[in-house]
Design a protein around this ligand. Structure first.
Ligand SMILES: Nc1ncnc2c1ncn2[C@@H]1O[C@H](COP(=O)(O)OP(=O)(O)O)[C@@H](O)[C@H]1O
Ligand SMILES: [Mg+2]
Length: 253
């Protein structure tokens, strides 16, 4: 895969309403190039809504999103993928009857079709990139198996390969370890760390498992009721009394 330049992401005044209810409320967030940022907060805090805004799956009611200096709010998911913003889905995004390799190739074609000759020479280039992505996430051995018969952990790895294959500048992961066993969670933290080391990219993830957050993230944003309650380095956030009260005090941290 290509090594792309990681990009910064700046969110200002980002707001999303559903009717009278404000799910994301004037969120400001500045993520540096190459940073791993965790977004944490209780259920219903607006994390998934924020991710859907960042990937263009939802339109903002107000506010801006910039990739580097470029305004990207209002763009659709495939346009954002071309700009280097991709996500691995919380819910499954793979075609079970296609092979693992075909899934990655199909996803790459989806991104490349809308660009002009970006992936030239098309076929072999795409096949090779798909192979590299599968190798990176450690599921090459399953390449020719149908995706639907993979173990849960390997399906999650495939989703990651699909998100990484277009060489994103920013990778968004909404609760990447949700539903995983402690062993799978550990494997997936190691994998994300390896990916972050080997590819030059910025990662933004939402996460409920505080061990994962403190093992991966350089900075943490705490969202409560759609608003940023605190952000900063993990140790500072963890000892912030407001955060402890509103969230970490709950017992699962
Ligand atoms: N499409 C929608 N329509 C109405 N309300 C929504 C919609 N999506 C999310 N919400 C509400 O927005 C709030 C934030 O949800 P969500 O972003 O999923 O939070 P989190 O991912 O932090 O658990 C919740 O109260 C949820 O019910
Ligand atoms: Mg969520």
């Amino acid at each position: 895969m290509e090594m792309t330049a990681a990009a910064s992401l700046t969110v200002s005044g980002l707001t999303r309403k559903f009717g009278a209810f404000t799910a994301v409320d004037h969120v400001n967030m500045a993520v540096s190039e190459g940073e791993v940022r965790a977004v944490i907060g209780p259920n219903g805090a607006g994390k998934t809504t924020l991710f859907n805004l960042l990937t263009g799956h939802l339109r903002a009611t107000a506010g801006e999103i910039r990739l580097g200096s470029q305004l990207i709010s209002g763009r659709r998911p495939h346009e954002l993928a071309q700009h280097g913003v991709t996500r691995a889905f919380q819910t499954t995004n793979i075609f079970p009857s296609m092979t693992v390799h075909e899934n990655v190739v199909t996803a790459l074609l989806g991104v490349s079709r809308r660009t002009f000759c970006f992936w030239a020479p098309p076929d072999q280039g795409i096949e090779r990139i798909a192979d590299e992505a599968l190798d990176l996430v450690g599921i090459s051995e399953h390449k020719n198996r149908k995706a639907g018969i993979l173990a849960h952990g390997d399906q999650r790895a495939l989703e990651l390969a699909i998100a990484l294959a277009p060489s994103p500048k920013i990778l968004l992961l909404d609760e990447p370890t949700a539903g995983m066993s402690p062993y799978e969670t550990q494997r997936s933290v190691e994998l994300l760390r390896k990916i972050w080391r080997e590819l030059n990219l910025t990662i933004i993830l939402s996460e409920h498992d505080m061990d994962v957050v403190f093992n991966l993230a350089q900075k943490v944003t705490v969202l409560v009721s759609g608003r940023v309650l605190a952000d900063g380095e993990p140790a500072a956030v963890r000892s912030n009394p407001e955060v402890v009260n509103a969230y970490l005090g709950g017992g699962d941290a």
